[in-house]
Write a protein that binds this ligand. Structure first.
Ligand code: ATP
Ligand code: MG
Length: 356
């Protein structure tokens, strides 16, 4: 598409939301830069949709301010805010054709007929549904309907695109495909975009930055890499990717005791804590032949997951299972099999630590 949408900066300051006594959002501060794609990620009920609806003006915050570009939108009704929105379930008008659905927002701003037609044609090409212009929503697949919903939201060239789990009703293959379509389209148009999802893979694959939410608060904001490699809390560490947690006792600011051993830490320890929760990703644990490493263990199960093998290893010292991912080649070299004895190492620089 030759026409680019002007993205605008969104600023959210001190937003709270109460439903009666229930605090659904607490002190939300967030800035979204022009042209960014940001995902709100978190478990069901953490407040993602509520925050998105507040940004759209479909819900009124209990406290706090919002601005878009340089305009304070805190009290503006939805029609005076500059956004397009797509919901989880295809909220197309069932009695209108694909073309008319896409044209809907353009008619309501009084655009001339000829311009509407060319804009609709342009969008139909973008979403690859040129041949379906005269169909009704019920005659389209789920993925096609969501493409139409996307085109309808983008038609008036909004400064902000809001997507609330737009892919979650689709099957895996269509979801993967539409994921990259949305991302490409978003980049091409430069439209500032917020996408709600509870699918971590989707968030990590699509977002410039991820906002991880839990119980109405923002736990961390960062690039997918930052969120994965430097989780700011035990919640983020456990919610994104797989993680082993091991309880330990602080010896000093740099060392902890685990079972009968002491471990040196590289990352800073949480302050004034006697107990520290260590965390390590399954791919960061080193497996070694029996007798060669710090910790002895026994393979309890092996799951072949294609590119790697997810093993469960019972540590003799700790009476607990550790999840360890091994590539198939190393597994062969180690003669890894159920019941086999192995040793493992927990590299200091891979250990995260959180308050217990
Ligand atoms: N209108 C409402 N009245 C009362 N409580 C509400 C209302 N809307 C949302 N809530 C509550 O606020 C919390 C956050 O809801 P929200 O819909 O924002 O969650 P979510 O993160 O989008 O979850 P999901 O992933 O399931 O869509 C939930 O506990 C929900 O029950
Ligand atoms: Mg929701």
């Amino acid at each position: 598409m030759n026409q680019t949408t002007q993205g605008s900066r969104l600023e959210i300051q001190g937003v709270n939301k109460f439903f009666g006594d229930f605090c659904a959002l607490e002190n939300i501060d967030l800035t979204i830069e022009p042209g960014e794609l940001v995902c709100f990620l978190g478990p069901s009920g953490c407040g993602k949709t509520t925050l998105l609806r507040i940004i759209a003006g479909l819900e009124q915050q209990s406290a706090g301010q919002l601005s878009q570009g340089d305009v304070d939108i805190s009290l503006k009704p939805p029609r005076d805010r500059d956004f397009g929105i797509v919901f989880q379930s295809y909220a197309l008008f069932p009695n209108m054709t694909v073309s008319d659905n896409i044209a809907y927002g353009l008619r309501s701003i009084g655009m001339a007929k000829a311009r509407i037609r060319s804009r609709v044609d342009e969008l139909l090409t973008v979403i690859g549904l040129e041949d379906h212009a005269r169909k009704y929503p019920a005659q389209l697949s789920g993925g096609q309907q969501q493409r139409v919903a996307l085109a309808r939201a983008l038609a008036p060239s909004p400064g902000l695109l809001l997507l609330d789990e737009p892919l979650s009703a689709l099957d895996a293959q269509v979801r993967h495909h539409l994921r990259s379509e949305i991302r490409n389209l978003q980049k091409q148009l430069g439209v500032t975009t917020i996408m709600v999802t509870h699918d971590q893979e989707e968030a990590l694959a699509m977002a410039d930055r991820v906002v991880v939410m839990n119980n109405g608060v923002i736990e961390q904001v960062g690039t997918p890499l930052e969120i994965y490699q430097q989780p700011a809390s035990a919640f983020v560490a456990s919610f994104i990717g797989a993680m082993n947690f091991i309880d330990s006792a602080a010896v000093n600011g740099q060392r902890v005791r685990v079972g009968s051993r002491e471990l040196e830490l590289v990352r800073p320890m949480p302050e004034s804590q006697d107990c520290v929760r260590l965390a390590i990703r399954p791919e960061d644990v080193h497996l070694l032949p029996a007798g060669d490493g710090d910790w002895e263990g026994q393979v309890e199960s092996m799951d072949y997951l294609g590119a790697f093998i997810r093993t469960h290893i019972r540590l003799a010292d700790l009476e607990r299972l550790l999840v360890v991912d091994v590539d198939p080649r190393s597994a062969r070299q180690l003669n890894l099999a159920n019941g086999a004895s192995v040793c493992l190492q927990l590299p200091s620089d891979a250990l995260h630590c959180f308050a217990a």
